[in-house]
Every structure is written in structure tokens, then in C-alpha cells.
Design a binder for this molecule. Structure first.
Ligand code: JB2
Length: 221
């Protein structure tokens, strides 16, 4: 309860992923939810799970003046994490603190290091000596095994498995149900398609898919 009073939060983005995050925040009481900002004007004046959608990101200075202390990047991604990076930088530029969200049904080793603003969703597992940068999503049921190193703004989608000592560079996206073998490196802004099985290193800025995974195209983002 004490924490709920001391943290007041704005969520940037008001779609499906934001709904999942609000559900966790409301259940755990880690922060008070003041407002959502969304660039889609058709959502303004509505609410998401009881949290009002006030307007666009240009309302941030006003909310800061009202005493907001924290922000959440509320958008997910399906391959392009640049918008999530941009919103993270936007929140920080207004001197707001990124809220780290951990569902109560997460196993996260005390020996893992979790960066600011990370979002660990229901049933995910982060094992010993794993390191996560800032603004990383580990979505529902995904597994980050011991000694993995995950860069800033990475999204590890639902049910993906990173066997031990995998390195994932910043802004990469690991698709739902993908499996990455031990000791593999995934490059910056690379995309691993849903269900892929990765057994070779993946260079920067490519899309891979299949079993075993092969390069399909350049990722232009
Ligand atoms: O720059 C922005 C911005 N860009 C998009 N600022 C703000 N404040 N809001 C922004 N948005 C808003 O994010 C869009 O207008 C939209 O309302 C919301 C994104 O919602 P959507 O439901 O389209 O996607 P999502 O990111 O919540 O969910 C995706 O990622 C999840 C991880 C989907 O692919 C889901 O299926 C997935 N589970």
C-alpha cells in the first residue's frame, strides 16, 4: 500500500499489451495508475481496464506537473522494437522513472540482473546469472536460461526458449515459441520468426525463420 501511494504511473500506449500490464499492476499494487496516453485519437476519452486514456504523448509535461513519478512503455512489438525504444527515451527525457513489472507468477533468480523498466509476464522464467538490459519484455511463459545476456529493448515473445548462455543484442525480437540453442548469438535488430529453431549465430538486421532457422530477408528497421 505504501508503494502504491509513492508511485504514480502513466502508460504509453493503450492496446492489448498495455491491458496485460495493467492487469499485473492492479493485481500487485506496485503503483497507482494515473493515465494512459495513446496516439490514436479515437481512444481519447475512453478507458482501458478503468484507466483513462487522456490524449497523446504531448500531455506528458502536464502529467509530470501533476506529480506523476513513473512511466510504462505499454506497446509490445512484432518485430520492430524502435517504437518501444523511442517511448522509453521519451519517458526518461521527462525525468520519469521506468516502472519494472514482474508478474507474481514469474520465477526470477536472485542471481539474475534485471534492467530498469523490464516487463516479466506470467509464467516466465529467468535463471541464475542471466542479465537483462533496460526495457526488455519477457512475455508469458518464455524461458531465459542461466548466463544469457539480453540487450536493451529486446522482446522475447510468448513461449520462446533461450537455452543457456545465449546472447541477444539490443532491439532484437524473438518470436513466439522460438527456440535458441545454447551459446548462440542473435544480432542487433534481428527478428527470429515464430517457432524457429536457431542453431547458428544470427547477424545484425536480418529476419530468420524455419527449422533449422535460415536467413529470409534483411530487417530494414
Ligand atoms: O508513439 C506512440 C504510439 N505508437 C503506437 N505513443 C503512444 N502513446 N501510443 C502509441 N501507440 C499505440 O499503442 C497505438 O495507437 C495502439 O493503441 C497501441 C498498440 O496497441 P496494439 O494492440 O496494436 O499492439 P500492442 O503493442 O499492445 O500488442 C502487440 O504486442 C503484444 C506483445 C500485439 O502484437 C500483441 O498481439 C502482442 N501480444
Amino acid at each position: 500500500m505504501k508503494e502504491r501511494k509513492s508511485k504514480s504511473c502513466v502508460i504509453l500506449g493503450g492496446g492489448g499489451h498495455a491491458g496485460a500490464l495493467i492487469d499485473i499492476i492492479q493485481a500487485s499494487g506496485i503503483a497507482g495508475l494515473h493515465a494512459i496516453l495513446d496516439r490514436d485519437s479515437s481512444k481519447w476519452g475512453q478507458d482501458l481496464l478503468g484507466v483513462p486514456i487522456l490524449g497523446d504523448d504531448d500531455l506528458l509535461p502536464e502529467l509530470v506537473n501533476q506529480g506523476i513519478t513513473h512511466f510504462v512503455v505499454g506497446i509490445g512489438s512484432t518485430g520492430n522494437n524502435r517504437p518501444r525504444e523511442r517511448l522509453y527515451q521519451l519517458g526518461c527525457s521527462h525525468k520519469l522513472k521506468p516502472l519494472t513489472i514482474v508478474h507474481p507468477g514469474v520465477f526470477c533468480s536472485k542471481r539474475a540482473a534485471i534492467g530498469a523498466g523490464c516487463q516479466l509476464l506470467a509464467g516466465s522464467i529467468i535463471n541464475a546469472h542471466a542479465t537483462l538490459g533496460c526495457n526488455v519484455i519477457v512475455n508469458s511463459g518464455a524461458i531465459v536460461e542461466h548466463d544469457c545476456v539480453i540487450g536493451d529493448h529486446v522482446h522475447i515473445a510468448t513461449g520462446a526458449i533461450l537455452a543457456s548462455t545465449v546472447r541477444v543484442a539490443k532491439l532484437a525480437h524473438i518470436g513466439p515459441g522460438a527456440t535458441i540453442r545454447q551459446l548462440i548469438s542473435i544480432g542487433e535488430s534481428a527478428v527470429v520468426g515464430a517457432g524457429a529453431v536457431v542453431v547458428h549465430d544470427v547477424p545484425d538486421h536480418v529476419v530468420v525463420g524455419g527449422v533449422p532457422a535460415r536467413i529470409l530477408e534483411r530487417n530494414k528497421q
